[in-house]
Design a protein around this ligand. Structure first.
Ligand SMILES: [Zn+2]
Length: 288
C-alpha cells in the first residue's frame, strides 16, 4: 500500500467514526418486547436537534426532555387488543439526515377471565339507556381524537388510591353468562368516601355521570397521556380545571355499573389502553 493511500484510508476511517459517535443520538428502550396492554419507555440521549421525531403505529410519539440529563423520553404503548407481532419504531432527525428503525415485539398474554353478576337492566339496556350510552361514548371518544396537548405531567405517576388491586387489568368479562368487553383498567379496593387522587399533573377534560362508569373524571396529562377514575361517589373537580399531582379529584364510590365500592382506574397513551400499573413501574425512574 502506498503512503498516500494509507493516509487516505486513515482519514476516511477517522471521518466515519467521530461523525457517528459525536452527533448520532443514542436510542435506548426499557425493553425490546412487551405484552398487549403494555408499555416501553424510550430514551434518546445526545440529541440537540428539536426536529427529533419518533413514529410508532403510524402516530408521532410525544417526547419530553429531561431537565437534568437533557434526554428525550416517550412511551411506546401497545393497546390491550393489539395483534401480537413485530412492529417498527422509526426515530428520525431530518436536520442530521438520520433515520433509524427499531423492532418491538408485542406478545400475546392470557389475562384471565372474570365472572360478574349484575342486575339485568344494567346489562340488557332499554332504548333510553342505549341512547344515553351512545351519547356518552361519543363524548369520551372525542377526547382520544383531539391533538396531543403539551406535557403537564412530570416525573413518576402515583397510585390514585393506595390499596390492593381487586380487579386486575385485561381480564375478559363474562357478565350474567355473556361474554362482554375486556377490563381496560384496574379495580382498586376502597371504602366509600375515601379520597381519589390525580396520578400526575394535568387538566380535567371530562367530569360527568355516565351510565356504565358512574361519576367519572378524565384527566389529560398532555403528551396524549390520559387517566380515568370511575364509579366515584363524589366529583370534587370541574372540567377545565388544572390539577397538581396528588390533588383530590373525588371519592371512592359505586356509581354506574359497579358491584360495590372501588376505584376503576384506567390509562390511555397515544390512544392505546394500557395497564396503569406498568406506567407507575416505568415512570419510577423518572423521579429526579
Ligand atoms: Zn374496573
Amino acid at each position: 500500500m502506498s503512503r498516500v493511500s494509507a493516509v487516505l484510508l486513515l482519514m476516511l476511517s477517522l471521518a466515519a467514526m467521530p461523525a457517528e459517535s459525536g452527533s448520532s443520538p443514542d436510542v435506548s428502550f426499557s425493553s425490546d418486547a412487551m405484552v398487549r396492554g403494555g408499555l416501553i419507555l424510550l430514551s434518546i440521549q445526545g440529541c440537540e436537534s428539536d426536529d427529533l421525531q419518533v413514529v410508532w403505529m403510524e402516530k408521532e410519539i410525544p417526547l419530553l426532555r429531561g431537565r437534568d440529563d437533557g434526554a428525550w423520553r416517550g412511551f411506546i404503548a401497545a393497546d390491550l387488543n393489539q395483534k401480537p407481532g413485530v412492529y417498527p419504531v422509526a426515530v428520525r432527525v431530518p436536520s442530521l439526515e438520520m433515520e433509524r428503525t427499531f423492532e418491538i415485539q408485542v406478545n400475546d398474554r392470557d389475562y384471565g377471565v372474570r365472572k360478574i353478576r349484575l342486575p339485568r337492566a344494567k346489562v340488557d339496556l332499554d332504548e333510553a339507556s342505549l341512547k344515553r350510552v351512545k351519547t356518552e361514548a361519543r363524548a369520551v371518544s372525542a377526547l382520544w381524537k383531539a391533538e396531543c396537548r403539551p406535557p403537564e405531567w412530570e416525573g413518576s405517576f402515583w397510585m390514585p388510591v393506595n390499596n390492593k388491586i381487586v380487579g386486575p387489568f385485561g381480564q375478559r368479562s363474562i357478565i350474567n353468562r355473556q361474554e362482554r368487553s375486556l377490563h381496560t383498567g384496574v379495580d382498586i379496593r376502597g371504602k366509600t368516601g375515601s379520597p381519589v387522587r390525580a396520578t400526575n399533573a394535568g387538566t380535567v377534560v371530562l367530569a360527568a355521570d355516565h351510565f356504565f362508569t358512574g361519576k367519572s373524571v378524565f384527566v389529560d396529562h398532555g403528551s396524549c397521556i390520559f387517566s380515568m377514575y370511575f364509579h366515584l361517589d363524589q366529583i370534587r373537580v370541574e372540567e377545565g380545571e388544572q390539577v397538581e399531582k396528588g390533588r383530590i379529584l373525588g371519592s371512592v364510590g359505586a356509581t354506574g355499573r359497579a358491584t360495590g365500592p372501588h376505584l376503576h382506574w384506567g390509562v390511555r397513551i397515544s390512544g392505546a389502553r394500557v395497564n396503569p400499573l406498568t406506567l407507575i413501574e416505568l415512570s419510577r425512574d423518572l423521579e429526579s
